[in-house]
Design a protein around this ligand. Structure first.
Ligand code: ADP
Ligand code: MG
Length: 240
C-alpha cells in the first residue's frame, strides 16, 4: 500500500527525513511514536503529497508522489488524513462537513452524499449531532466528525497525526474507540500518537522515529515491554 524507497526530506540545510525505507501492506495498523521534531508529521505529509520529498521515491497504492498531477490527485483521494486540530469547516454543520468531500471530489448527488454522511455519522456515534455546528460539539465529537469526513472520500488508507493530543483525557477514548473499530474492519492505518495503550492494543506494528530515521520497527508489545535501546526506554518513560 505504501513504500518508501530511500526517501529524504530536507528544509534548506535541515534534514528532516534521512533515507527512509519502509513497506506497509494493506490491513496493517502502523503506530508511529517518537520525540517531538523527529519527523513523524513530515513522514505522514509526504505520503499524501502535502509535502514534496527531496530524494528517493514514495509509492502509494502503485502511484508515485513524484508522478503526474493526476496521480497526486488520486493519492490524495486514497489517503484520508485526520489532524490534531480537527480542521472542520466552522460554518457547516456536522452533516455538511461530511457531505462536502463526496460532493466536491466524488461527484456524488446531494441525496447520495447525504445518505453516505448519515451512515458515517452513525458509525462514529453522532447521529443525533448531524445538524450541529462544530462550535456546538465537544472536541471528541468534532474529531469523530473529522474522521467521518475523511472516510466519506472512501480512502484506502487513513493517516492520523496525533488525533487525540488536543483533547482532554476523558474525551480521548471515544476517538480511540472509533479508530479501533476502523482497524477491526481492516482499514490500513498509519497513526502518529503518544497513546501507548492504543499502540499495544490495536497496532499491528510500531515504529519509533528518532532524528529523521526509523530507529525501531517491530511488534508493539515486544518493543514496549522490552525496549531495545535506551532512547526508546527513555521515550516510553516520558509518555507513559
Ligand atoms: P514531529 O511531527 O515528529 O514532531 P515534524 O515532522 O513536524 O516532527 O518536524 C520535523 C523537523 O522538521 C523539525 O525539526 C521541524 O522544525 C522541521 N520542519 C517541519 N516543517 C517544517 C517547515 N515547513 N519548514 C522548516 N522546517 C520544518
Ligand atoms: Mg508532529
Amino acid at each position: 500500500m505504501v513504500e518508501f524507497k530511500s526517501v529524504t526530506k530536507s528544509y534548506g540545510s535541515v534534514n528532516v527525513l534521512r533515507d527512509i525505507d519502509l513497506k506497509i501492506d494493506a490491513g496493517e495498523v502502523v503506530v508511529v511514536v517518537g520525540p517531538s521534531g523527529s519527523g513523524k508529521s513530515t513522514m505522514l505529509r509526504c505520503i499524501n503529497a502535502l509535502e514534496k520529498i527531496s530524494g528517493g521515491d514514495l509509492i502509494v497504492d502503485g502511484l508515485s508522489v513524484k508522478g503526474k498531477t493526476s496521480d497526486i490527485h488520486q493519492i490524495r483521494l486514497e489517503a484520508g488524513m485526520v489532524f490534531q486540530q480537527f480542521n472542520l469547516f466552522p460554518q457547516m454543520t456536522a452533516l455538511e462537513n461530511v457531505m462536502f468531500g463526496p460532493l466536491q471530489v466524488r461527484n456524488a448527488t446531494r441525496a447520495e452524499a447525504r445518505d453516505l454522511a448519515l451512515g458515517l455519522l452513525a458509525k462514529v456515534g453522532l447521529s443525533e449531532r448531524a445538524n450541529h455546528y462544530p462550535s456546538e460539539l465537544s472536541g471528541g465529537q468534532q474529531q469523530r466528525v473529522a474522521i467521518a469526513r475523511a472516510l466519506a472520500i472512501k480512502p484506502k488508507l487513513m493517516l492520523f497525526d496525533e488525533p487525540t493530543s488536543a483533547l482532554d483525557p476523558e474525551l480521548r477514548h471515544e476517538v480511540l474507540k472509533v479508530m479501533q473499530d476502523l482497524a477491526a474492519e481492516g482499514m490500513t492505518m498509519i497513526v502518529v500518537t503518544h497513546e501507548i495503550g492504543f499502540a499495544r492494543r490495536v497496532g499491528t506494528r510500531l515504529l519509533f522515529m528518532d532524528n529523521g530515521g526509523i530507529a525501531h520497527d517491530g511488534q508493539p508489545a515486544e518493543l514496549i515491554d522490552s525496549p531495545p535501546s535506551a532512547r526508546l526506554q527513555d521515550f516510553l518513560k516520558h509518555v507513559a
